[in-house]
Design a protein. Structure first.
Length: 249
């Protein structure tokens, strides 16, 4: 078996604030109406579009994760977007106007994956899917991010996956002082996640938690759920035929 190539992509991670009851409309607008354009014009693939479980974090909220062809791909994407006087792609003016009805703003990060983190195509090909995902935003003392990710690979991944979760992404947050990371875990069902949370003092996790304390790591774990057209849910990237009239969203 040929091992996968190291992941050399770069990612855009977004926390999106939703207006009122428009989360379902926004998620459809992003997946069905934007992803086919993003792939065609920017070679930007959707890693996931999820809704935050409000009882575990901010609400109403959507989390988006986009995969680009490395730093050059990210630069090309930004150049495409910001080379106009309006700082907006003119071909997307109508799309932006529609999106503005559903969202009020958000907060984005640029992520660099660990080389062993699978791309979205690799995850889909492997049939990886979660009924729910645990999203961890990890904060560390400046300079400790690399140590955390190495420990996650060598110790944390095995400790957590022993409880039935699967690590689908490990990322360093770029453009900060090596002090933020993101890890995303897939759970096959809600009960598996609940058993993991209930086992926080289990001896299998003791060593990992000790390592986190030594590293000075803090984290906030929230739950997120696939949108109807998120790639790991449907086993592919959304396409033009997934679109439907806006008044039916």
């Amino acid at each position: 078996m040929i091992p996968p190539m190291p992941n050399d992509k770069v990612y855009i991670h977004e926390f999106i604030d939703i207006r009122g009851h428009n989360r379902a409309k926004y998620m459809h607008h992003m997946t069905a109406n934007w992803v086919p354009v993003a792939i065609r014009e920017r070679n930007m693939r959707c890693f996931g579009v999820w809704g935050t479980v409000g009882s575990t974090g901010r609400w109403p909220e959507v989390v988006n994760l986009w995969e680009l062809e490395g730093w050059d791909g990210l630069a090309t994407n930004f150049e495409h977007e910001f080379s106009h006087a309006t700082l907006q792609d003119p071909s997307l003016a109508e799309w932006w106007a529609q999106a503005a009805q559903f969202r009020r703003g958000g907060f984005d990060r640029i992520l660099v994956p660990e080389p062993w983190t699978r791309t979205i195509d690799e995850l889909v090909a492997a049939g990886v899917r979660g009924a729910v995902y645990a999203h961890e935003l990890v904060t560390l003392p400046p300079g400790a991010g690399r140590d955390y990710l190495a420990a996650l690979r060598d110790e944390g991944k095995g400790a957590v996956e022993a409880f039935g979760l699967e690590l689908i992404g490990a990322f360093a947050v770029a453009m900060v002082h090596d002090s933020e990371c993101i890890a995303i875990w897939a759970s096959p069902d809600w009960q598996t996640w609940a058993r993991f949370e209930a086992a926080r003092d289990h001896e299998r996790l003791e060593g990992w938690h000790t390592t986190l304390r030594v590293l000075g790591a803090d984290w906030r774990r929230t739950l997120i759920v696939d949108s109807p057209l998120s790639p790991m849910r449907i086993g592919r990237q959304p396409v033009e035929s997934d679109r439907r009239p806006q008044d039916q969203i």
